[in-house]
Design a protein around this ligand. Structure first.
Ligand code: MEV
Length: 427
């Protein structure tokens, strides 16, 4: 296939024809992409991105019974993995009976950087820092005015030299962005400060500043939330399967400690946390790539990638589970209100503030983490997965209600595979 120029300028029909004609397609691209378009509101989705042909569906589900900081929530979750919503719901019901999820938002500070080259004397820059900071803040006051009215704004500006790179500096701007995730706001402020930074140096006859780039950082270790649950060890019976709750708690803690020390396990362990976190992040129209990137950087903050959650069994017999992670989320701006289902999620969550949404997403993460590790140290995860896997297979075979019931009963104590289900249905 040749390089195609000006693809974005083609009409949707022409783009579809291009794919159909230039790729060895068996599928009817037009028919399939048409089928999944929205009858009345397609223009809303088309506008989110470029070259949109259709919509990619993912299940939009809800997990009830999330008691978070004394308030009951139903959590909207968007996820394709069959067991996640069920596991979150079960864990939520369990923890609601034991005080629920208790959260602390430590801070919501974010940073952005204006990177520049400058050959002057570092002490001059440090001495100028307070006056320069005031000058830079004043240069963007039209942009920051409404954010300040909402409780956010620029908190601090620092000049830091990048030691490995000759004459490379960062102007680090710390910002609070109220209920918005703030990526656009931060980038707008940073870009608007380029001129001011250059003119300030020029005015003092200092060596010229060469701007490299201006961009927020998705590393948000100071936009941090902790979520905790605890119960008496003997109350863990619903999760301990064949084990005594005391044995279960010990084994659970050992699994958590393995995830702390071993990076292979930590990555999978944290993936289980993000099953819940991302599902809420997606359902509320937030940026899951930013959330993931920040979380994995935070998990590596001491130089080794570790688990984000910890477990503790106290001398007085309490089982405690805690998760701390950065979550840069918004409840206004971006897609949070533009996407009709994200707007619905906000209503289901009773219009949370960004801090409340941090608590909610962290609770979903801890719920899924608890469920996953509990399964791993008892029955294994395949049992639960297979039940849902069977349901998906039966759907793909268009099984009737009676066929479903009989197949589910037959496979209740057997390993599920596509082939075996097909044979059983044939019989
Ligand atoms: C699967 O999506 C998630 C788990 O692998 C998480 C874990 O291992 O803790 C079950």
């Amino acid at each position: 296939m040749e390089i195609v120029e000006g693809f974005s300028k083609l009409s949707r029909e022409e783009k579809i024809r291009f794919i159909q004609d230039n790729l060895p397609m068996v599928a009817d691209v037009k028919e399939i992409t048409n089928h999944y378009r929205h009858e009345t509101d397609q223009s809303v989705f088309d506008d989110f991105s470029e070259n949109t042909l259709s919509n990619f569906y993912l299940p939009y589900g809800v997990a009830p019974n999330f008691l978070i900081d004394g308030k009951m929530h139903v959590l909207p979750m968007v996820i394709e993995e069959s067991s996640v919503v069920a596991a979150a719901s079960r864990a939520a019901s369990f923890w609601a009976k034991h005080g629920g999820f208790k959260t602390t938002v430590h801070d919501t500070l974010k940073v952005g950087h204006l990177w520049f080259e400058w050959s002057g004397d570092a002490t001059i820059l440090h001495n100028q820092s307070p006056a320069l900071q005031a000058y830079l803040k004043a240069s963007v006051k039209e942009i920051t005015k409404s954010m300040e009215e909402r409780g956010g704004g620029i908190v601090n500006i620092q000049f830091i030299q990048q030691p490995q790179l000759h004459n490379v500096w960062q102007m680090q701007v710390s910002i609070r962005t109220a209920d918005s995730m703030g990526a656009n706001f931060i980038n707008t402020c940073l870009e608007a400060m380029k001129e001011a930074l250059m003119s300030y140096f020029e005015g003092l006859n200092l060596p010229e500043v060469e701007i490299i780039m201006a961009i927020l950082s998705n590393n948000t270790p100071d936009c941090l939330v902790t979520c905790e649950v605890s119960c008496k060890v003997e109350q863990l019976t619903p999760y301990s399967a064949e084990l005594l709750p005391q044995e279960f708690a010990q084994r659970f803690k050992l699994a958590m400690d393995i995830a702390y020390h071993n990076t292979y396990r930590a990555v999978t362990h944290n993936k289980g946390i993000y099953n819940g976190v991302d599902a809420v992040v997606l359902a509320t129209g937030n940026d899951f790539r930013a959330v993931e990137a920040a979380g994995h950087a935070y998990a590596s903050r001491d130089g080794q990638y570790r688990s984000l959650s910890t477990c503790n069994i106290t001398n007085d017999g309490y089982f405690k589970l805690s998760l701390t992670l950065p979550l840069a989320l918004g409840t206004v701006g971006g897609l949070t209100r533009l996407h009709p289902l994200a707007a619905l999620s906000m209503e289901i969550l009773r219009s949370p503030s960004a801090e409340e949404l941090m608590s909610i997403a962290a609770s979903a993460g801890l719920a899924n983490n608890f469920s996953a590790v509990a399964s791993l140290v008892t029955t294994g995860i395949q049992k639960g997965h297979m039940k849902l896997h069977l349901s998906n297979i039966l759907t793909s075979f268009n099984a009737t209600l009676e066929e479903r019931e009989r197949t589910e009963a037959y496979f209740s104590d057997k390993t599920v595979s596509l082939q075996k289900v097909r044979e059983f249905l044939k019989r």
